[in-house]
Design a protein around this ligand. Sequence first.
Ligand code: NAG
Ligand code: NAG
Length: 392
Amino acid sequence: MASSAKKVLVPVANGTEPLEAVVMIYVLRRSGAEVTVASVEKQLQVDACHGVKFVADSLLSDCSDAVFDLIMLPGGLPGGETLKNCGVLENMVKKQDAEGRLNGAICCAPALALGSWGLLKGRKATCYPVFMEQLASCATAVESRVVIDGKIVTSRGPGTTLEFSVSLVEQLYGKEKANEAVERSLLRPNPGEDYTFIELNQTKWTFDGSTPQVILPIADGSEETEAVGLIDILRRAKAKVVVAAVGNSLEVVGSWKVKLVADVLLADAEILTYDLIVLPGGLVGAQTFASCGKLVNMLKKQAESNKPYGAICAPSALVLEPHGLLKGKKATTNPSFCEKLSDKSHIEYRVVVDGNLVTSRGPGTTMEFALAIIEKFFGREKGLEIAKATLL
Ligand SMILES: *[C@@H]1O[C@H](CO)[C@@H](O)[C@H](O)[C@H]1NC(C)=O
Ligand SMILES: *[C@@H]1O[C@H](CO)[C@@H](O)[C@H](O)[C@H]1NC(C)=O
């Protein structure tokens, strides 16, 4: 039987904004689409912005004859320039448009790629704020988080990617599927408003040296939007984030099949004290964390010495709770794991800080979670600055 799944292409390059790429892949795959992540470089592995490394599913040159229901262009620099300069991609996107199929672009890509290819003439579109002037020369530029004009959908930046992806799910599958995507991803009910979090037992988070040293473990089955979102946002604040693979390979396959490349193996990590240990979600990844003795010991030492630690999504319930690391603390977790928390009083909050512990809920709360961490280390002004730059 022929597959009836909608086919989606996400082209990526070195210097692609990884948070945008990964959120698109997550939302579309979770909604049932068959997503091909295609490198426009000469090799599958791309070095995305903020030192995030991931491996594409194929080279664009190997899928240039395929027919897609949707082509989605992520932003980031110089990735956006590379997409624009890729003749194969330009032809695919133009053909897509000429044949009445969907194209989407976010961040710098509407102006750099779609606009300079002449696809936005007479159409309404939006893009990342600093590219609006350039966009205005090739489109009717609109300041809106997501703009739909016929078969072209455009949007603004990392913090609008979830809304952008959901609106493309609606275009492909209809309103009901889009509503499901909103609910499951825990999309913010108030996009564009200042981020908030609840804080109990307020303490000052400190760090040795010039910037916080953060360790972020990943494993097969880790939730890639949460992992990449944390790496991306924390590195924007100049925190030093070490991505440590729990297992035998630096390459890890996330819960939505994105192949991420870690900086080190946790087994080889010699430095064992960090200013923050933070766990991304994903059921299978969390199970691996829970059974990794070295990681559990690091977390216990962290808690004993009153240093910051945290988790988003499953690991609050599957790692911290069973190892006694939520004792006497308020925490939240993903809706699917709430039953496993012994204290459920704070599960409805999107981000909870209790002293040196920070917890959160799922893909759609990742940026708020990362911003709460930044605020604890650097102050609210820094958090708001990064929220503004990322258009949360
Ligand atoms: C892109 O990144 C890859 C992977 O690290 C690297 O091997 C390659 O040389 C880079 N390509 C360009 C054009 O810089
Ligand atoms: C933390 O704050 C809560 C609520 O204000 C309070 O009931 C609790 O005793 C505090 N815990 C500690 C360890 O101070």
